[in-house]
Design a protein around this ligand. Structure first.
Ligand code: BGC
Ligand code: NOJ
Length: 816
């Protein structure tokens, strides 16, 4: 069953009923001002940091679901018994005659009709501005005129979302507002150490307003039955303490067939500390800088132009890679939604979604590095800055803080380091950047360790230390020590936690000198190969040779201690017993080492890769994707930690943990099995699962972190949508390995491993300022490539970089 459909032309997902299985959300904002918005206008807004600079409140885990949002109420004043409703369905949930929500690239439109009154609202953040626009158009489809009241409503957050939700003894006394010329200003704490405020403006003259929640709602009432709306009159309340809100009341008289546009602005503004008040000796906000902004965007023409600019901006980004394959789900994910989701994961890491509360984690080191593997071609300059920020949190040992705070950019001491895979991901993100841009200057950037002034070293030195961090920490089988965990945060082999509430990520009971990770070994081989490539490009032959030696040593350890006979083992625990082995009763085979080791090239020559991938197909693959491990752990094991804390089939304990599936897809391409790779790709492609929406529950336009696995109570149900490394990795798998268009140090490579039934495909790719038009044609059943570049045959599969000044290149790739 579906709850909507894709409009690929408009790059929108169109939801046609409001009661989706879960709120289906979208993101507003591009660089600093952000919002989350659901298909019924739920959600919240913040400036830069969802915890520290939260503008509006949202209630997670609440009933009814999705409480807190950008609410509009319409009240029909005509009838003897006036009535009101929410044109976005929430919060009144009045049955609407028509409803449609369109989530697009950085905007959401919700259109509905009730009793002949059509409402269309568009929500977006203009590029470069710290505000969001709600543009509301009302149309009267009745034969007689309509007398309507429009009420807006938002609830302000007192900035720090954690403090806001627990420090009531103080917070109920600090709320302060100003209302001037129809603009509602929220200025709690502005009198003391803050130099920022929020504002909520409306383009129409006001009939009334409210800024005190209980005056608007009425005591003991909820957002579904506000007293002011019921009565058709605001209370003109000015909040002093308690719960500051913003609500405008506008009266609209509409002739039959007539329309009226009303614009609301919700924004954030900072003033210089020395110029906060006007007059200077008062406590009144200085509005000089904000007034022109408000005036500008309350004009319909300016709002329309800003919306148009946002559309153009996204066209430019998405045009960087466009494909036309025989498969519609592939085309729409690659050309639209997967690229869009990568922008969102780049901006938010794992901080703010309907599953990440925005008050928890900062930016993950491994997460952000992996996000860059797919994101970099979209905006290379922002990728460059992110790499330098991440590297600056690296520790002198080469290890890394597991997370850092986006506002301060400092490593997070609460969680610390010792996740032993972390530093290796930096090598992969940097090599992705180098291949994409050819900007070798980044390696010379002076970057501190742990952000300590005076500790600066060239970025290249950070990469060297990343590699050294692994080789300095080998265990009894010459495999890398795992530390607190590797990519799988829940495989906690040194933790041994027996106390409720302890963090599995930070509790460490063992000295960590025994437990080893085959996954990190595979990741090391992959990263070492990239380092060898970089060192060779720099002419550091001796260094490259040294990496070859280290790489061969780890490969040897994987081929012996890491090989189980039919697949790669996962790890060795604190007692030096294998995990992911036929010798185990549960957790006999894990997906991560199969994907990672084969991606790194292990077993490709001697047939072990094929054996491992056949084992994946036989033991892990399901109709909903490839599960993480099998059999799932049925009880809690002290010596393996959080992974066994989850019921079977959920999260790391045997769900389809989507992040890992593309590793297997890429591995399949390494042994030339395009049919199998693409089959796996389709199983978790959200668009291809659209018909399963009732089961899948999450949005059909973006990847979710997990889909419950074969051993779950209910297999096939997705959770934790949007913020997951799945976005970048699936994009890499389909575009770079299945379609085979990938940047290399020496030029763009075209080496597809596509399904045998495909006759070919077309692609357009902007790479280092050159536009490549690529046509792939199947001439035989295999994966051999012969290239013709601008009409001339070229040996191999890499298109040599064109001469200076060439902006267009035509590529024909025949595959045999
Ligand atoms: C989750 C992991 C996550 C970790 C750290 C665990 O509870 O299952 O997916 O990486 O917490 O936040
Ligand atoms: C989510 C975390 O953000 C990521 O860092 C980790 O690799 C996966 N969970 C698997 O545990």
């Amino acid at each position: 069953m579906r709850f909507g459909s894709f409009d690929d032309e408009q790059r929108e997902y169109v939801i046609n009923r409001p009661d989706t299985p879960l709120p289906w959300i979208n993101y507003l904002g591009t660089e600093a001002y952000f919002g989350i918005i659901s298909n019924t206008a739920g959600g919240y807004s913040f400036y830069k940091d969802a915890r520290l600079r939260r503008l509006t409140r949202y209630r997670y885990n609440n009933a009814p679901l999705d409480a807190g949002g950008r609410y509009i109420y319409l009240r029909d004043n005509n009838p003897a018994k006036p009535f009101y409703w929410s044109p976005t369905w929430q919060p009144t949930r009045t049955a609407l005659d028509k409803y449609e929500c369109r989530h697009g690239m950085g905007y959401t439109k919700i259109k509905s009709e009730l009793a002949g009154i059509v409402s269309e609202s568009t929500y977006f953040v203009p590029l470069g501005e710290n505000l969001e626009i709600w543009s509301l158009t009302l149309t009267n489809n009745r034969a007689e005129s309509a007398d309507l009241s429009v009420f807006s409503a938002i609830e302000f957050c007192l900035w720090d979302a954690v403090d806001d939700s627990n420090n009531f003894q103080r917070n109920y006394s600090i709320g302060e507002m100003e209302i001037l010329d129809g603009v509602i200003y929220h200025k709690s704490e502005y009198r003391e150490r803050r130099n920022h405020f929020a504002y909520f403006a409306c383009s129409e003259p006001l009939t009334g307003f409210d800024t005190q929640r209980e005056d608007f709602l009425g005591a003991y009432r909820g957002w579904d039955t506000p007293l002011a709306v019921e009565k058709g009159a605001s209370a003109q309340s000015v909040a002093a303490g308690w719960q500051p809100i913003g609500s405008h009341h506008v009266r609209v008289e509409l002739q039959p067939g007539a329309s009226r546009q009303i614009i609301f602005l919700l924004g954030y503004q900072e003033n210089p500390v020395s110029d906060k008040f006007d007059p200077p000796d008062s406590q009144t906000i200085n509005k000089k800088s904000v007034k022109p902004i408000i005036e500008r965007y309350l004009q319909p023409a300016e709002a329309a132009a800003a919306f148009q600019a946002l559309r153009v901006y996204w066209t430019g980004l998405l045009d960087k890679l466009r494909v036309n394959t025989p498969d519609a789900d592939t085309n729409r994910m690659v050309n639209i939604w997967n690229a869009y989701q990568m922008m969102i994961t780049f901006n938010f890491s794992r901080s703010a979604s309907y599953f990440e509360s925005g008050i928890g984690r900062g930016m993950g080191f491994r997460d952000s590095n992996q996000d860059l593997l797919g994101f970099t071609h979209l905006i290379p300059e922002r990728a460059r800055q992110r790499i330098l920020d991440l590297a600056a949190t690296q520790l002198p040992s080469g290890g890394a803080y597991h997370q850092y705070q986006p506002m301060t950019k400092l490593g997070n001491n609460d969680i610390g380091g010792n996740f032993n895979d972390d530093p290796l991901w930096l090598v992969l993100s940097v090599s992705t950047y180098l291949k994409e841009t050819g900007d070798w200057s980044i390696l010379n950037e002076q970057v501190p360790f742990d952000n300590q002034p005076g500790s600066e070293q060239p970025l290249y030195n950070h990469l060297q230390r990343s590699i050294g961090y692994t080789t300095d920490r080998l265990g009894p089988h010459n495999l890398p020590l795992i530390g607190r965990a590797d990519w799988n945060d829940c495989l906690n082999l040194n933790c041994f936690s027996d106390t409720p509430g302890q963090s599995f990520q930070t509790t460490t009971s063992k000295d960590g000198t025994v437990a080893e990770s085959v996954f990190i070994a595979g990741l090391f081989v992959l990263a070492a190969a990239e380092m060898i490539g970089i060192a060779n490009q720099l002419g550091n032959r001796a260094e490259a040779a040294a990496y070859e030696t280290e790489k061969a040593k780890i490969e040897g350890a994987i081929n012996t201690a890491g090989w189980d006979g039919e697949w790669f083992r996962r790890a060795y625990d604190n007692f030096s017993q294998p995990l992911g082995s036929i010798e185990c009763t549960e957790g006999q085979i894990y997906i991560e080492p199969q994907g990672m080791c084969v991606m790194a090239g292990l077993g490709v020559e001697n047939g072990n890769a094929q054996k491992a991938l056949d084992s994946v197909a036989k033991r892990l693959a399901s109709e909903h994707g490839i599960v993480l491990l099998q059999p799932a752990y049925k009880k809690y094991y002290l010596h393996i930690g959080e992974i066994s804390s989850y019921p079977p089939g959920y999260k790391e304990n045997g769900s389809v943990f989507c992040h890992t599936n593309p590793w297997v897809m890429i591995a399949e391409t390494k042994i030339g099995r395009g049919d199998q790779a693409f089959d796996y790709y389709k199983r978790i492609n959200p668009s291809a699962r659209q018909d399963l929406s009732e089961l899948h529950r999450c949005e059909p336009y973006v990847y979710a972190q997990m889909i419950s696995g074969t051993e779950a109570v209910k297999p096939g149900e997705a959770k934790n949508s949007w913020l997951t490394g799945t976005a970048a990795w699936n994009y890499v798998a389909i575009t770079q390995w299945i379609l085979g268009i990938r940047p290399t140090f020496d030029g763009l490579q075209v080496a597809p491993v596509i399904p045998t039934t495909w006759q070919g495909f077309e692609a357009e790719r902007t790479f280092r300022g050159v536009h490549y038009q690529i046509e792939v044609k199947r001439q035989g059943p295999g994966n051999q490539v012969s290239l013709e570049v601008d009409g001339k045959p070229v040996p191999g599969s890499v298109i040599p970089l064109p001469a200076e000044g060439v902006k267009q290149v035509q590529v024909k790739a025949n595959i045999w």
